[in-house]
Design a protein around this ligand. Structure first.
Ligand SMILES: Cc1cc2nc3c(=O)[nH]c(=O)nc-3n(C[C@H](O)[C@H](O)[C@H](O)COP(=O)(O)OP(=O)(O)OC[C@H]3O[C@@H](n4cnc5c(N)ncnc54)[C@H](O)[C@@H]3O)c2cc1C
Length: 398
């Protein structure tokens, strides 16, 4: 079986490695001319670290990531409201790592080139659609057609493969929250291995100039590197007007306007915001779960299948779990049974994560330790963070 993966992002690259480990041949086409270490920080939850460790990347992750041991919710004066142990400290069998997205992508890319061969990823090939019949599928990219037995659309938020499969999907769903993100050099805070979520005033302050929904998330992604995200409710939820672009530059003054006056004690907020060499602006968007993912020889993976709010740190993690499930199911049952099983399992699981992320976001007003404990416990349970994976099957079908 030959699998063609459209998109060499976190999900697509992991899928190639997982398929390789399962004895299935694959190659990737990537729309960008050159893969560069773009983005800022992301979190890999223990269920994703488990899959990457199984793929032999555990030591590399430990080298490029920071093992997060605690999530600390505090108010805008830095007073702790609630803490939750994370990763190994939280009793999981694997760590939670905070990493630079670009460094993670480069790590996965070099593992793919090393294991599948230097030509496994063809860059500058943007898939625009596909055709298929009983015998094969052809990805279309300009004048080129690339044939395969299975096509995986791992082409991210603006997936062309998804657009052909689901032409009436409409605009992205916007929470009304705008996020500004950056990475700043700075001294470690809270012991150098904690994730901080600082919240503006709660319900009482709703109304003009209120800080309800205002949130700062900060965590280390290196010994002296702090990743931060500021989330501001700037509109009512609804369809996103315009586009969502991961690389859109933002301005420090737009962030400082909202939280420049906060005094957390733990962190110098104006220095954090102005010290970032680049600020990126991005709307918090997702989509309703799809009634089905693929059709025939074509399926979806990662953001192409289930864009979700980043609030639960699950975007990259779920793409990685998809990758493992796809490889396992194709190895177990081949085509078409493997694709059906993959979509059925992962469709349900990721629909639950999309819903849980929305609930987590809606609970952004929660402030008491009891409320926060209930919300975070519910999130862990619904998203299946603790579940272990069975042994890896090997390809016996084609
Ligand atoms: C440039 C960039 C920066 C990002 N920065 C952050 C960040 O800072 N924080 C965060 O939480 N998330 C970020 N993300 C999103 C995050 O990587 C994903 O939410 C998550 O990792 C799921 O991964 P994915 O593989 O599904 O999608 P992605 O990692 O987005 O990968 C999709 C890949 O498909 C490629 N592609 C797109 N269209 C086509 C096409 N038609 N044909 C072929 N290839 C195509 C893209 O170039 C990309 O390499 C970023 C994504 C991108 C592309």
């Amino acid at each position: 079986m030959r699998v063609l993966i459209a998109g060499a992002g976190i999900g697509g690259l992991t899928a190639a490695l997982a398929l390789h480990a399962a004895g299935i041949e694959s190659s990737l086409v990537e729309g960008a001319r050159e893969l560069r270490p773009l983005g800022v920080g992301i979190n890999l939850l223990p269920h994703a670290v488990r899959e990457l460790t199984d793929l032999g990347l555990g030591d590399d992750l430990a080298r490029i990531g920071v093992a997060i041991t605690e999530l600390n919710y505090c108010d805008r004066s830095g007073t702790t409201l609630f803490t939750e142990k994370r990763g190994l400290a939280g009793g999981y069998d694997r760590p939670q790592y905070a990493v630079h997205r670009g460094r993670l992508q480069m790590l996965l890319l070099s593992a793919v080139r090393e294991r599948l061969g230097p030509d496994a990823v063809r860059t500058g090939v943007r898939v625009t659609g596909f055709t298929q019949d009983a015998g094969s599928v052809r990805a279309l990219a300009g004048d080129t057609e690339i044939a395969a037995d299975v096509l995986v659309g791992a082409d991210g938020l603006h997936s062309a493969v998804r657009a052909q499969l689901h032409p009436r999907q409409g605009p992205l769903a916007w929470s009304g929250v705008q996020m500004w993100r950056g990475v700043t050099e700075g001294r470690p805070f809270l012991g150098g291995d904690a994730m901080l979520v600082a919240r503006g005033a709660g319900l009482i302050a709703r109304g003009a100039g209120s800080e309800a929904g205002l949130e700062l998330v900060a965590y280390p992604i290196g010994p002296d590197l702090i990743n931060w995200v500021v989330q501001v409710q700037v509109a009512d939820p609804g369809p996103l007007p315009g586009d969502a672009n991961w690389n859109l530059p933002g301005r420090p003054e737009d962030v400082l306007r909202h939280i420049g006056h906060w005094d957390l004690g733990l962190l110098d907020i104006p220095a954090l915001i102005t010290g970032s060499s680049m600020i990126l602006e991005y709307p918090m968007v997702d989509r309703d779960p799809l009634p089905f993912w693929g059709s025939g020889r074509v399926t979806l993976l990662g953001d192409a299948a289930h864009p979700m709010y980043p609030v639960g740190a699950n975007g990259a993690s779920q793409a990685i779990v998809d990758a493992r499930a796809l490889a396992d199911e194709l190895a177990r049952s081949g085509y078409p049974g493997g694709l059906t099983a993959y979509e059925s399992t992962r469709g349900k699981a990721t629909a639950a994560v999309i819903a849980a992320n929305r609930e987590l976001h809606a609970g952004a007003e929660a402030r008491t330790p009891t409320e926060l404990a209930r919300i975070t416990e519910h999130y862990r349970r619904v998203t299946g963070a603790d579940r272990r994976r069975p042994e890896r099957p090997q390809a016996g079908h084609s």
